[in-house]
Design a protein around this ligand. Structure first.
Ligand SMILES: CC(C)(COP(=O)(O)OP(=O)(O)OC[C@H]1O[C@@H](n2cnc3c(N)ncnc32)[C@H](O)[C@@H]1OP(=O)(O)O)[C@@H](O)C(=O)NCCC(=O)NCCS
Length: 180
């Protein structure tokens, strides 16, 4: 991918009206990341139907106002990356949100796409009135450097927290960020 990238938010109307097309485009990115070895909740092999079902669920949550879904797109409209902000939280954590499923297609990596998504997710959090963000990621993975660059702090590591797509245990590091 050599196109310029822009980041935008999928609103509730688009999630309802373009759900099928969006689910397929996002499934392409998710499957590519899992096949590339990313530990992002799914195991190998990842059937397309399972990936599609995941994104349908995310889009339904967007229509309910429970999640913010961001897309990084090429000028040709291809989805190069995505991230989510989970805004629906317990009553005693109205100021907090989780950042989840930061995914960039292997074809589009190392061009700053994830960096753009991180800036946009901060803005989406501010817009939603959130000032404490939390996420977790594979310990020692590429994403750790991304989060540190974006001003996140490590809160600690849990050994054997999850599995890699091939079944090997992996440690997970929890990160947080306080927005000014
Ligand atoms: C982690 C991930 C999201 C990073 O995406 P990305 O778009 O490649 O990230 P960026 O381009 O912003 O940064 C990646 C690297 O490219 C570098 N870079 C950024 N823009 C660049 C440019 N224009 N030219 C050259 N290098 C560049 C960054 O400095 C960074 O370097 P580092 O790896 O040495 O730290 C991506 O690898 C991915 O999707 N991995 C699989 C899924 C995953 O693990 N997600 C995290 C779940 S918590």
């Amino acid at each position: 991918m050599s196109d310029a990238i822009t980041v935008r938010r999928v609103d509730a109307d688009e999630a309802r009206e373009r759900g099928a097309a969006l689910s397929h485009a996002l499934a392409d990115v998710l499957i590519d990341c899992v096949e590339g070895g990313a530990s992002v909740s799914f195991m190998l092999p990842l059937p397309r139907e399972k990936a599609l079902a995941f994104w349908r669920g995310v889009l339904a949550a967007v229509t309910r106002g429970e999640r913010v879904l961001l897309l990084a797109e090429t000028t040709a409209g291809r989805v190069a990356g995505t991230v989510q902000l989970i805004t629906a939280q317990p009553d005693n954590q109205p100021h907090r949100a989780d950042v989840a499923k930061m995914l960039v297609h292997r074809d589009a990596r190392r061009r700053g796409v994830a960096g753009l998504l991180m800036k946009a997710v901060d803005q989406a959090a501010r817009d939603a009135g959130k000032n404490v963000l939390v996420l977790d990621t594979v310990t020692g993975g590429d994403a750790e450097r991304l989060y540190q660059r974006a001003g996140w702090h490590s809160a600690g590591t849990v050994p054997k927290y999850a599995l890699m797509p091939d079944g090997a245990y992996c440690a997970t590091t929890f990160f947080y960020k306080h927005l000014a």
